[in-house]
Design a protein around this ligand. Sequence first.
Ligand code: IMP
Ligand code: MG
Length: 180
Amino acid sequence: MLTERAKILISEHDLKSKIKEIANKISADYNGEEVLFVGILKGCIHFYSDLTREINLPLTMDFMAISSYGAGTSSSGEVKMLKDLDKSICGKNVIIVEDIIDSGNTLSYLKRLLSSRQPKSIKICTLLDKPSRRKVNLDPDYCCFTIPDEFVFGYGLDVDQKYRNLKDIYILAPEDYPKE
Ligand code: IMP
Ligand code: MG
């Protein structure tokens, strides 16, 4: 089993408590205003679900699907939109909810795209950040954990589309890296 060779980086318990802390911060910052939470599929699923259930604001939900990785563990640098939002975001407070920022290519593309649709405000909330891998200038407004340059999986993050259902976040053992 791949999980037996992998080390736990962040436990379910630590995920829950940090996410609650960030949710409280977001609720305080928006002070009763309505917010649209835009989840970036598929990696955001558990984070999105746990985060939004801790938010104390009137909120609406929408999702986008973006692809920037093949089966490998490094970004191709190319971003492709697989699913757009269902509705206009004009005049809305938008928070983009992402699993991880690596090179920053995906979110800088998305932020530019969504900013051009005239939202009232736009912010980024990420579960994980790997700042050492950044290729473009991009900082999240909310970040739960800053992590080292390791390939991680579980809690929404995949290895070649598998293991998204795990409750904790693991570091992939080098021998298990998918072939590029
Ligand atoms: P970026 O465009 O390079 O910032 O890549 C962001 C996307 O790459 C994330 O949304 C993830 O889907 C994927 N990704 C980056 N690092 C990892 C990782 O360590 N594990 C799993 N997926 C990752
Ligand atoms: Mg992703």
